[in-house]
Design a protein around this ligand. Structure first.
Ligand SMILES: [Zn+2]
Ligand SMILES: [Zn+2]
Length: 330
């Protein structure tokens, strides 16, 4: 089968590799149909030596839509394979499983014609456009992020928190969608992004775009860009006694641009949200998309072939606020 093989930093190529074989009961060999290109894929591609033991190779791709031979249904992959036994799994914190296998991150994933996965990690869905299924995994992570944000609502000093989303990419769009569709949330949301391009999803959600951030203004700031600038803006724009959620994965090695003293004196609470695809969040993500396909449709970006994936991952230039994805049949 054809697969995109990562073999070093920014070294990725399409090769013929052996089709995976079922090793354990409960596994299936699925036919990959669509796979999203996530910033995580770009970052692992760029820093592969840190991820790969010397001489090893890896097939990335974790936002996967696949089919099982002889079945009509499309499935979305939950790429987090947890052990169910460690203390984190016992607490339901499966993303922190001490034996976590992440398909497409630390073991082979979906940038291939076929992939091996536990059948129990595949979630059936019915959308009129099956490629929308690539949004299920990232949306399930956003469901967890927004649940963590809302769980801290008692820290805000007002019922209608002034809210700022930083970063108009896919993460910002999913968090924005969930906040505007959460009955428990009554905040007034604004969006800030340094890129000077229209951001369609924000217009659709009625979220005002601001071009300048006011210092010490927002009760709640959700940093979705992962950039040093974004973090800096988040910690500047949050009010005293406010809450910052670091949602975009910060680049490895960048410092928190605030001193513990200032954090303390301004009484800023900082939370984060890492991954979080579970049976519950995958189910919710599927429901959200099925009930509002038109909204999620606009988040689908460029469609590329597997052949073009190496170029796309190394150049990395997605259309703002959309997900580029591989169509295996393109
Ligand atoms: Zn991702
Ligand atoms: Zn575990």
């Amino acid at each position: 089968m054809k697969a995109a093989v990562l073999y070093g930093a920014n070294k990725i190529e399409i090769r013929d590799v052996p089709t995976p074989a079922i090793a354990q009961a409960g596994e299936v060999i699925a036919d990959v149909q669509f796979v999203g290109l996530c910033k995580t894929d770009q970052q692992i591609t760029a820093t592969a030596p840190n991820q790969l033991p010397k001489g090893q190779e890896l097939i990335l791709g974790h936002e996967v839509v696949c089919q099982i031979p002889d079945e009509q249904t499309y499935f979305a992959l939950n790429n987090e394979i947890s052990c169910g036994e460690c203390s984190y799994c016992q607490e339901g914190l499966t993303s922190h499983c001490q034996n976590l296998q992440e398909l497409g991150v630390n073991c082979n994933g979906g940038y291939a014609q076929k992939m091996l996965a536990p059948r129990s990690s595949l979630y059936p869905f019915v959308f009129s456009n099956p490629s929308l299924g690539i949004l299920i995994e990232p949306l399930s992570c956003a469901v967890r992020g927004v649940e963590r944000i809302l769980a801290t609502a008692n820290l805000w000093s007002v019922d209608q928190p002034t809210t700022l989303i930083i970063g108009g990419g896919l993460s910002g769009s999913l968090v924005g969608y969930l906040l505007t569709h959460s009955p428990q949330f009554q905040g007034n949301i604004k969006l800030y992004d340094i890129v000077n391009q229209p951001i369609l999803w924000a217009e659709k959600l009625g979220i005002e775009r601001i071009t300048e951030v006011v210092k010490d203004k927002a009760h709640l700031v959700i940093e979705c860009s992962g950039s040093p600038n974004g973090l800096d803006t988040a910690l500047t724009s949050v009010r005293k006694a406010g809450l910052v959620c670091i949602y975009g994965v910060p680049k490895v090695g960048i410092p928190l641009p605030i001193s513990p003293h200032e954090l303390f004196m301004r009484e800023i609470a900082v939370i984060t949200s890492f991954a979080g695809a579970t049976e519950q969040t995958m189910g919710k993500a599927i429901d959200y998309i099925r009930n509002d396909e038109a909204f999620f449709e606009q988040l689908l970006g460029r469609v590329i072939s597997l052949q073009n994936l190496p170029q796309e991952l190394t150049a990395w230039n997605p259309q703002l606020g959309t997900r580029t994805f591989v169509d295996m049949n393109a």
